[in-house]
Design a protein around this ligand. Structure first.
Ligand SMILES: *[C@@H]1O[C@H](CO)[C@@H](O)[C@H](O)[C@H]1NC(C)=O
Ligand SMILES: *[C@@H]1O[C@H](CO)[C@@H](O)[C@H](O)[C@H]1NC(C)=O
Ligand SMILES: *[C@@H]1O[C@H](CO)[C@@H](O)[C@H](O)[C@H]1NC(C)=O
Length: 375
């Protein structure tokens, strides 16, 4: 199958380029179109692809599209296209577990931003109602501390090393406050710290964000709470801070709970009554899928280089690679069987096109701030 398709492509390649100098054939695949990065169709495909990327992720904050950095489109037999997208993204205040749409999420303040680039292979077949993201990868970094130090020396600083014991203290004091103020019959427990900013208020202070699980408590006084079940899933995200000194301490803590909460407490359904329900839900629920890609958080390149202010501003790169084939003429893309595509409609995926950007790329940025735009 692959062989026949490849041969078919070869003939197409040959006829399409028979009048061009042979050197060019090697540089760009002739079937790849270069639409504008500001094209409305490209923008909507980029938006859908980013929705799928955010849906696939299990960690971190929802990415918002800042601009389309590059695009190639490959029309397929039938009515589909495979898009090769390079997207410049900024993270937002919404955790991926909130399952919100990126369009409903605001980016954070510039000093806490994490930004970067995603590459995605996206198959679109509108008549068949298919929007499929076979693969993506992203690389992100926090905003450069060195640039911030010049622009805003007093701004809080985003940190990725959570091992300072004062961070844990901040989390536990704000959680204690949250639990004291919670009147419903449950207690919240730390699941994972997701963001830490440090700032100076009469000493180093921290503001933290963390995921929480919950467990039931008795409503009587003194209230007694169960420990969280071992397989407890996060039910929400909390923000907390701790500042001040031994004379006066300021603690804050607030939470936002996710809409679709995971079902907890399996002991509440006796297994013998659960069998039919489980069967029904396992056919309704989408099958568990392997992640389609990953997000790599790289450190701020300026950390540890504070003494070197004279040094030229380093070029910050976002190495990101995604490819489903190394075959220059492509391979059949394996799509989930429930799309019910005919054999001859199956799309061909090419190696991710590298090299020169399309002419009208990158597109305009929503946040044209050089602090949060990859070069
Ligand atoms: C993180 O910070 C702690 C001290 O707060 C330090 O001992 C440790 O080496 C740091 N780890 C990394 C990976 O930088
Ligand atoms: C995504 O990147 C990782 C390395 O960061 C790599 O191992 C993986 O193959 C990439 N995924 C694809 C589909 O290329
Ligand atoms: C992008 O497209 C919009 C509307 O289609 C237009 O108003 C805008 O000027 C374009 N921007 C660039 C940089 O081409």
């Amino acid at each position: 199958m692959i062989l026949t398709l490849s041969l078919g492509l070869l003939v197409l390649v040959h006829s399409a380029w028979s009048t061009s100098p042979p050197g060019q054939i090697l540089q760009t695949h002739p079937l790849l179109l270069k639409p504008s990065c500001n094209d409305s169709r490209v923008l909507s495909m980029a938006g859908f692809a980013l929705e799928k990327i955010n849906e696939d992720r299990k960690e971190g904050y929802i990415f918002r599209l800042n601009r389309v950095a590059d695009v190639r489109e490959h029309h397929q037999a039938g009515s589909g296209s495979v898009y090769y997208l390079t997207l410049d993204v900024v993270d937002t205040n919404c955790h991926v577990l909130s399952k919100k749409n990126w369009k409903d999420c605001e980016i954070g303040q510039f000093f806490e931003s994490v930004y970067g680039q995603c590459k995605a292979i996206f198959y679109v077949n509108l008549p068949r109602r298919i929007l499929d993201l076979p693969a993506y990868n992203c690389t992100i970094r926090p905003v450069s501390r060195r640039e911030l130090a010049t622009l805003c020396p007093d701004c809080p600083v985003y940190i990725t090393n959570f091992s300072d014991p004062r961070i844990f203290q901040t989390v536990s004091e704000s959680l204690e406050k949250i639990n004291k103020e919670t009147t419903v019959g449950k207690a919240f427990h730390l699941f994972k710290v997701t963001k830490v900013l440090t700032y100076w208020v009469r000493g180093p202070s921290y503001s933290v964000e963390f995921l929480v699980t919950e467990s039931p408590c008795t409503k009587s006084l003194p209230k007694k709470c169960l420990p969280p079940p071992a397989n407890a899933q996060p039910v929400g995200i909390c923000k907390g801070s701790l500042s001040g000194d031994h004379i006066k301490k300021y603690v804050s803590g607030t939470c936002e709970f996710f809409q679709s909460q995971p079902t907890l407490a399996p002991e509440s359904h006796p297994p013998e009554h659960q069998v039919p329900q489980q069967l029904a839900s396992s056919t309704d629920a989408p099958p568990l899928e392997e992640p389609k890609g990953s997000v790599q958080l790289l450190p701020d390149p300026s950390v540890g280089k504070f003494e070197d202010f004279q040094e030229k501003r380093p070029i910050v790169t976002f190495p990101v690679h995604v490819s489903l084939t190394t075959e220059p003429l492509g391979e059949v893309l394996h799509l989930p069987s429930h799309y019910l595509l005919e054999k001859e409609e199956l799309p061909i995926v090419l190696p991710f096109p590298e090299g020169l950007r399309s002419n009208e790329c990158p597109g305009p940025a929503e946040y044209p701030n050089s602090l949060i735009l990859p070069p």
